[in-house]
Design a protein around this ligand. Structure first.
Ligand SMILES: *[C@@H]1O[C@H](CO)[C@@H](O)[C@H](O)[C@H]1NC(C)=O
Ligand SMILES: *[C@@H]1O[C@H](CO)[C@@H](O)[C@H](O)[C@H]1NC(C)=O
Ligand SMILES: *[C@@H]1O[C@H](CO)[C@@H](O)[C@H](O)[C@H]1NC(C)=O
Length: 287
């Protein structure tokens, strides 16, 4: 009410100021943060299977009295009363929510509820409604979004990484059934490339797979790639290292002869060193 009156007074101000005020007022009311004496957040994000709090603060002037506060849920075109708090008669919760819903500290100023074990079907619009005497009703609505944490795993490519070989799938990082979709990247100092595949499920969850392919090079032996998964339902990013193992044919070095052997020399030695992965097991000398 107060805001509407101040807008009218803006009629004397230059046009652009009036416009700014109108835009601000639009933003303010469009966010739904404040509707008369009922204050709720515009949006609440819950995580599947966890608990969530739907806040509703009531600002009642001292000359008004609260007769009742309640929560309703919009479902398609219809409305379901989810819970009612009446200072005189007590609390009533709809049968569908009886096991999971509670008022946190019901009073004339607070109609906050908590919902346990949030499911995908709990997502939607909820309205906190307050009836006061003598001014009548006020309400504000919020949208509950339900996020789903991804299941994250890394799997190795089908074949071995062979030194000098063609482009080969090194590993795939998967963030399974997330809502909203997870962000998945491979961190690597190598010159491979990432390829993203996204698959949406009918229930709104998304599986994201990132394949990392690379031309194997023995010099990268022991190098680690890291898959990083970011998701709003996660407290911190998943970081999964993947150690590169390049199979390499032996690199052979023969040592000990410098063109200076002579007849009758003792302790003449030749050394054969071979670097390979896996390490060589059999050495054969031929002449
Ligand atoms: C309540 O009191 C405020 C001032 O404290 C006054 O402006 C308002 O008109 C009163 N409302 C009613 C319904 O009496
Ligand atoms: C290497 O792989 C690419 C595709 O990944 C293919 O087009 C190319 O023919 C391959 N080269 C060899 C030598 O196998
Ligand atoms: C979403 O659907 C997929 C299959 O389409 C199912 O495996 C998954 O469990 C569902 N997720 C939830 C949270 O219901």
């Amino acid at each position: 009410m107060a805001e509407r009156m101040s807008l009218h007074r803006n009629g004397n101000y230059p046009l652009h100021l009036g416009l700014i005020a109108a835009v601000l007022l639009l933003l303010f009311s469009a966010t739904g943060v404040r509707s008369s004496q009922v204050l709720v957040p515009r949006r609440v994000d819950a995580v599947l299977g966890k608990d969530v709090t739907l806040g509703c603060r009531v600002q009642v002037e001292s000359n008004l009295s609260l007769t009742q506060s309640s929560w309703e849920r919009k479902l398609g075109g219809s409305t379901l009363t989810v819970a009612v708090f009446n200072p005189q008669f007590g609390i009533s919760v709809a049968r569908e929510f009886q096991q999971r819903l509670a008022f946190l500290s019901p009073s004339a100023r607070d109609a906050t509820i908590s919902l346990r074990h949030v499911g995908l079907s709990d997502a939607g619009v909820y309205v906190c409604k307050v009836a006061t005497f003598p001014l009548g009703n006020a309400q504000a609505s919020l949208t509950l979004h339900v996020m789903v944490e991804p299941k994250v795993f890394v799997s190795a490519g089908a074949g071995p990484l062979l030194d000098g070989g063609n482009d080969t799938l090194v590993a795939t990082c998967t963030a399974e059934r997330a809502r909203p979709p997870a962000q998945v990247v491979w961190e690597s100092g190598l010159s491979g490339r990432s390829e993203v595949r996204v698959e949406e499920e009918p229930n709104g969850t998304t599986t994201t797979q990132v394949r990392y392919t690379w031309q194997p090079d023995r010099h990268a032996q022991g190098h680690a790639l890291t898959c990083v998964v970011t998701h709003p339902a996660l407290q911190k990013d998943f970081r999964i290292p993947y150690l590169i193992n390049v199979q390499a044919a032996p690199d052979i070095v023969l040592e000990g002869y410098h063109g200076n052997w002579f007849v009758g020399q003792e302790n003449a030695q030749l050394q054969c060193r071979a670097e390979a992965n896996p390490p060589p097991r059999h050495f054969t000398w031929t002449r």
